[in-house]
Design a protein around this ligand. Structure first.
Ligand code: GLV
Ligand code: MN
Ligand code: MN
Length: 420
């Protein structure tokens, strides 16, 4: 006869978790095996509906807040206690993979299902959360609704963000029927744990199954408009042109050089560019582009911003064009909670999983939740470190290992905070 489940030998159902990942991956599936499920689109509604139904079927109470964040709650012995929460995001990049964000939500659901199966009662309620608009691909900045929950942004700031077609976050949220009644934030979480793929190459290269995430690096986003003059491609002599796209090429080079100047840890990216009027026989008079700068140290990101300003002034003067730079996001470096980090580390050790500490290069909802609750993250490897790519892949074994660490970290934290 199998030994009865106790909190410390309890394990998730790896097959059931993998099936949930594959089932939801059909919503927005792309030909190359990824997912295109931009936030607050009808596909996002479909996966939210799936998640809400699955949580209700698992006996949870589901609450939706004013930003569309979804909270599924499994009661504990004392429901007045701040819940231990898990979660991540179900939205994806336009060429996203099946794992970024998704596993953090579905592993949370799997933890709740596992607790149900074993009949284990926790002291505090346990919640799994789907945060709205983590990716920042449709509505900048990233981690927008977890940011509102943490008091970093006001609800109005979030509601008025617009996508590139001029649709506001509020319109899109109402459009899919996910503006809930509950206020966003203003309530305590006992702790928050987020499972995620690493999205980088370190764990795989070192044959580690678990990344014990100690914090998230600093990141800043900018929007730049370059203004020259539209002119005829056939008749305007090269010396008389004010070509905004040519200047943009110099900006892209400058951003790359800036990151290389702060090697090995700095990164810099121009990921979105729009040339106007975008007609083959018009010298482009205006360009809109985005810049993403990151480094583990806030001071280095600040220095990079200063140097970016100098480079832009020089490029604009040389090209005879205007340059208007707007910083639209500043997310400082975040250290996670030592007790939550230790809980993740102990859970990995107890299960004999090779682990190492790691800093996150990507942004995560946990970075904002860390401001209002003790927080940590668990990373699992992904093939070749590839992410924000339809080919993103992680093994069922590693995802299950991460979910088991999540389960044990949650149970240990419930016992540590509230007694068993
Ligand atoms: C979120 O995916 C980010 O790191 O940009
Ligand atoms: Mn993510
Ligand atoms: Mn992402």
């Amino acid at each position: 006869m199998a030994a009865p489940a106790t909190p410390s030998n309890l394990r998730i159902d790896a097959g059931r978790l993998w099936s949930s990942i594959l089932e939801t991956a059909r919503i927005g599936a792309t030909a190359k095996g990824g997912i295109n499920r931009l936030t607050l689109t009808d596909l996002d509604r479909q996966v939210r509906d799936w998640f809400v139904a699955a949580c209700r079927a698992a006996g949870c109470t589901v609450t939706i807040d004013a930003l569309g964040n979804i909270f599924a709650r499994r009661p504990g012995r004392d429901n007045a206690l701040p819940p231990i929460a898990m979660g991540s995001h179900l939205d994806t990049q336009p060429t996203g993979g099946k794992f970024d964000g998704v596993i953090g939500v579905l592993a949370g659901l799997e933890v709740l299902r596992t607790l149900n199966d074993s009949g284990i009662e926790t002291q505090a309620p346990i919640e799994v959360i789907n945060w709205t608009n983590e990716e920042g691909s449709r509505f900048a900045p990233a981690m927008l609704a977890s940011g509102v929950f943490a008091g970093v942004f006001t609800p109005d700031y979030a509601y008025t963000r617009q996508d590139r077609d001029g649709v506001s976050f509020a319109e899109a949220l109402d459009g899919i029927g996910y503006r809930g009644e509950a206020p966003c934030g203003g309530r305590k979480l006992g702790a928050f744990f987020e499972l995620h793929i690493e999205q980088g190459p370190i764990l795989e290269a070192e044959a580690k199954t678990i990344g014990v995430v100690s914090g998230v690096q600093a990141m800043r986003w900018y929007e730049l408009t370059l203004t020259g003059a539209d002119s005829h491609a056939g008749t305007t002599p090269m010396r008389l042109r004010r070509d905004a796209l040519l200047a943009a090429a110099s900006v892209i080079q400058a951003v790359n050089a800036l990151a290389l100047a702060h090697a090995p840890d700095a990164v810099g990216t121009v990921g979105l560019i729009e040339a106007r009027p975008n007609s083959r026989n018009v010298v482009p008079g205006e360009v809109f582009l985005t810049i993403d700068l990151r480094h583990p140290d806030d001071a280095v990101v600040a220095a990079m911003e200063h140097q970016l300003g100098i480079a832009l002034d020089a490029i604009a003067a040389e090209a005879g064009i205007g340059a208007s730079l707007d910083r639209n996001w500043d997310s400082p470096a975040v250290p996670f909670d030592p007790d939550c980090i230790a809980a993740v580390e102990r859970a990995a050790a107890a299960q004999g999983l090779p682990a190492r500490r790691i800093t996150s290069g990507a942004g995560h909802d946990a970075a904002y939740i860390a401001r209002v609750a003790p927080t940590a993250m668990i990373f699992v490897p992904c093939d070749g470190g590839v992410s924000h790519n339809e080919l993103e892949n992680a093994s069922a074994e590693h995802v299950a290992a991460g979910a088991n660490v999540l389960l044990q970290a949650v149970l240990e934290t419930d016992a540590r905070l509230y007694g068993s």
